[in-house]
Write a protein of this length. Sequence first.
Length: 131
Amino acid sequence: MFALILYRYLHDELEVLDSSGSSGQPMSIAKRQKRTIEINKLNVKQDMIKAFSDCSILNDDIEINVINQRGEKEEGFESGVYRDVLSIFWCEVYESLMIGEEERVPCIRHDYQRQEWEAIARVLVFGYKGY
């Protein structure tokens, strides 16, 4: 199920990338809204899935604010923060949602339905498109 959802979602997103020009950026970049999402460092996986549950998030310029263990906003900006959050997210997904010893594959769970897997696919597209 995950593979089919991911394939369909990535196929649609990559068609948008291919039709947008050689730079890989949408032509209407001036019309993109800025969206700020707050990610708690202790709850990265859940916060990212919640933020990326919105279908339109990939059409916006995303700014990520990381909240540390003491509840304070961390210093840092742009690509370093994105890479840090994406790395933590994928480590948590790898450990908690995938099974296997030599090769890991997504595992069907009762608490992760289509909406959650689509959000995970959006995180993958977000990382692929820019970071």
